[in-house]
Design a binder for this molecule. Structure first.
Ligand code: SAM
Ligand code: SF4
Length: 309
């Protein structure tokens, strides 16, 4: 569906649960979440119903995220349900990788096409610190296993004073493991608002890296760099410093059933109570209200684990 500003809306991100088995400093409060009760979380059948209605309106790509999507039991069952929907061409997943080693094969069989794995440091102690207690080796093992079934992308939030000294290590990691790495600019949402001193524009940093060559390529929202002597690619996602609102093709469904037309916006639309025959016209109206760009005066109070990144 083409929105009021000529953008083709064809991408839906679904946060499957707000729970997580990590507590990344910039994403979740230490005490975790207390907000959603089990009955607040959208059941698979309702997610399927919403995706069916959105597919009729032109959604082609779905990404499952969270919180940690692999904590949702029987997630493979949902993948099968979504992949069967007419019009859905691509099913993707973003995970912290902690539970991925044992699930990679079944996720492939359930129809997942691509997996992004979040990894903010290659240093054991720093990784432990940023995730408040996770073990780096577990995720590295999962990457090795998942590579047998998927072309993997690594997501790294670039944080000044924390991992900006590791860029060359990540480039070497991409080269050695034949995985793409994308450096993401921190968005000041939820607890990340306290991390303003860590803000760093990945594009600006990568432009100056001598191991990389600039290209004209853009993949989704990532500006792509080539690693000299390797086919692995490095990307910069600078959502804050180089806004891509004018090309934004996304909708986001929260795990408690609200549709967001802008990541930053406070405004969201409750879909839980809508019946199947009411969904299509309600969704058309909601998409027509997608704002032209983010409004800094009306920023969401949600943390990223509820929205899904
Ligand atoms: N738990 C899964 C994971 O970590 O991959 C999926 C959910 S997580 C919210 C999705 C992505 O959002 C992760 O790559 C995470 O690093 C990123 N993220 C979380 N908070 C962010 C923020 N304030 N700004 C930019 N990216 C953020
Ligand atoms: Fe969990 Fe992902 Fe947030 Fe880290 S970034 S706390 S892994 S939801």
């Amino acid at each position: 569906m083409i929105d009021s500003f000529g953008r083709n809306i064809d991408y839906l991100r679904i946060s499957l649960c707000d729970r997580c088995n990590m507590r990344c400093l910039y994403c979740m409060k230490e005490e975790g979440i207390t907000k959603f009760r089990h009955e607040d979380i959208l059941p698979f059948e309702k997610i399927e119903m919403i995706v069916k209605a959105l597919a009729k309106l032109g959604i082609k790509k779905v990404r499952l995220t969270g919180g940690e999507p692999l904590l949702r039991s029987d997630v493979e069952k949902l993948c099968v349900m979504l992949k069967k929907i007419e019009g859905i061409k691509e099913l993707c997943l973003t995970t912290n990788g902690y539970l991925l080693k044992d699930k990679a094969k079944t996720l492939k069989e359930a129809g997942v096409d691509r997996i992004n794995i979040s990894l903010d440091s290659l240093d054991k102690d720093k990784y432990f610190k940023i995730t408040r207690g996770a073990d780096l080796e577990t995720v590295l093992d999962a990457i090795k296993e998942a590579k047998k079934y998927f072309k993997i992308k690594i997501n790294t939030v670039l944080l000044k004073g924390f991992n900006d000294g590791e860029i060359d290590d990540f480039i070497a990691f991409a080269k050695d493991n034949q995985v793409d790495v994308r450096f993401i600019e921190l968005m000041p949402i939820g607890v990340a608002r306290d991390f303003k001193d860590c803000l760093l524009d990945p594009q600006k940093v990568l432009d100056q890296n001598s191991l990389l060559e600039k290209t004209e390529l853009i993949e989704g929202v990532a500006k792509i760099y080539k690693i000299k002597d390797s086919s692995a690619k490095i990307g910069a996602i600078s959502a804050l410093s180089h806004s891509f609102c004018e090309k934004c093709d996304r909708l986001r469904l929260t795990s408690d059933g609200y549709l967001k037309t802008c990541l930053f916006a406070k405004k969201e639309f409750d879909l839980k109570g809508l019946r199947e025959n009411e969904l299509e016209s309600a969704l058309k109206k909601i998409i027509s209200l997608k704002p032209a760009s983010k409004n800094s005066d009306e920023v969401t109070k949600r943390d990223m684990n509820e929205i899904g990144g």
